[in-house]
Design a protein around this ligand. Structure first.
Ligand code: ADP
Length: 403
């Protein structure tokens, strides 16, 4: 099945055309500056042809039409007509408590998605624009929504998702742990289960999605038990620009000291902290590593905080899981930065983690899922490149086929 996977941001629209029968991406691209200009970069991965242009894109509907024109066009296209695009799968960042699995788009689904707007205002607004854009451009094509929160909300136990504040906060305002990156945790834990023998039952896995945004999850029997991101993606370990878990009393304290408003402190904690805030160098792990190698103390400190944070979650989640079979590293840092993987594992020897340093430092490119622990290691360690788009395409195919 040809499935168009769409990831709509506030002024962007990323897309991939999947052939789910062959598990291959036929074309991919990105529309940027929607609403303030318009730019498209499209790649036909079968012919290798690349199309780049600046075209006025007033909104997501226009951007979607442009994408379809390119996909069906003679020169850069992958299909002869729009009818060959059999379904659209949307990546949705927040499904609130309404969605704990992927769903077919309907009026009722859209109304419930609207209710998630408060929980992720920028993302949800962009997703709705993307959905409406596709509805306008291909009204008869079935659309499926795949939620980043769904893997977590489907199975996380109450004790892990309810915060110890007044219970009213949950019932009145939907304040709870939702987590994020669920599609990635679901994909890499699924691949890990295959590498452990294929049976989910009895497996205890910790998945570390370490990118610009980072989260760590505890997965037992293929199901989420807990995850480090919380009500929003601000919680958990130190990230590129997000602070992760801090004493909540720091928030009003800084507000009083600096005069920041609630919106300003929220922005501050999301955009000025983390690796960037501590190092003062960059939010990009590569830059921070380079600065640390040159002796920059704050850059080294930012990395030490990151490694320590990952280790603390691994320690805690080993208890959550009642043991540990495997640790998985994925996303930008998890896939590429062997030194972070090495530092995290170094202190975990006492719990049976033995990294194959040689293998870890010399992974062949292009990266494919690889076991990077020694044969003697009680706990296996894997580097597994994430593939959220594949999960979206597969869920979309499954739901559309069942219609
Ligand atoms: P996002 O959360 O935006 O999807 P990514 O998963 O792409 O982020 O991860 C971005 C992070 O991955 C950055 O901190 C970047 O420095 C890091 N990264 C990417 N490539 C490498 C590499 N080759 N070595 C070390 N770190 C890398």
């Amino acid at each position: 099945m040809n499935v168009l996977v769409v990831n709509a941001g506030s002024s962007s629209l990323k897309y991939q055309l999947f052939d789910t029968a062959k598990n291959v991406v036929r074309a991919k691209g990105l529309c940027e500056r929607i609403g303030i200009g318009g730019k498209i970069k499209h790649q036909n991965l079968e012919t290798g042809k690349v199309y780049e242009a600046e075209i006025e894109m007033q909104n997501h509907t226009v951007a979607t039409k442009i994408v379809i024109d390119v996909l069906t066009g003679a020169e850069y296209g992958s299909v002869k007509s729009m009818d060959e695009i059999e379904a659209v799968g949307h990546r949705i960042v927040h499904g609130g408590a309404y969605f704990s699995k992927s769903v077919l788009l309907s009026k009722e689904v859209l109304a419930n998605l609207e209710k998630c707007r408060d929980l992720a205002p920028l993302h949800t607004g962009a997703h709705i624009m993307g959905i409406e854009g596709c509805l306008a451009a291909m009204p008869d094509t079935p659309q499926v929504l795949v939620f980043d929160t769904a893997f977590h909300t489907a199975t996380m136990p109450e004790k892990a998702y309810v915060y110890p504040v007044e219970y009213d906060m949950l019932t009145k305002y939907d304040v709870r742990r939702y987590g994020a990156h669920g599609t990635s945790h679901r994909y890499v834990s699924g691949e890990c289960i295959k590498m452990l023998g294929g049976k989910a039952e009895g497996t205890k896995i910790i998945t570390c999605h370490l990118g610009n945004g980072s989260s760590i999850s505890a997965v037992k029997d293929g199901k989420i038990m807990d995850t480090s991101m919380g009500f929003t993606p601000l919680a958990g370990i130190e990230m590129g620009t997000r602070c992760g878990d801090i004493d909540p009393a720091i928030v009003p304290y800084i507000m009083n000291k600096t005069g920041m408003s609630p919106d300003e402190i929220n922005d501050y904690m999301n955009k000025k902290c983390g690796l960037l805030g501590v190092s003062g160098v960059s939010s990009d792990c590569r830059d921070v590593c380079a600065a640390a190698a040159e002796g920059n103390h704050r850059a080294q400190l930012a990395l030490d905080i990151l490694v320590y944070g990952i280790q603390k979650f691994i320690g805690a989640y080993t208890v959550t899981l009642g043991g540990l079979d495997a640790i998985v590293f994925t996303a930008g840092i998890g896939e590429n930065d062997f030194s972070i993987r090495s530092k995290v594992c170094k202190d975990l020897k006492f719990m049976g983690v033995e990294l194959d340093e040689e293998k870890n430092a010399n992974l062949p490119r292009p990266l494919t899922a690889t076991e990077i622990s020694l044969p003697s290691s009680k706990v296996k360690v894997f580097m597994i490149p994430t593939n959220e788009e594949l999960v979206i395409a597969k869920d979309t195919e499954e739901i559309v086929k069942s219609l």
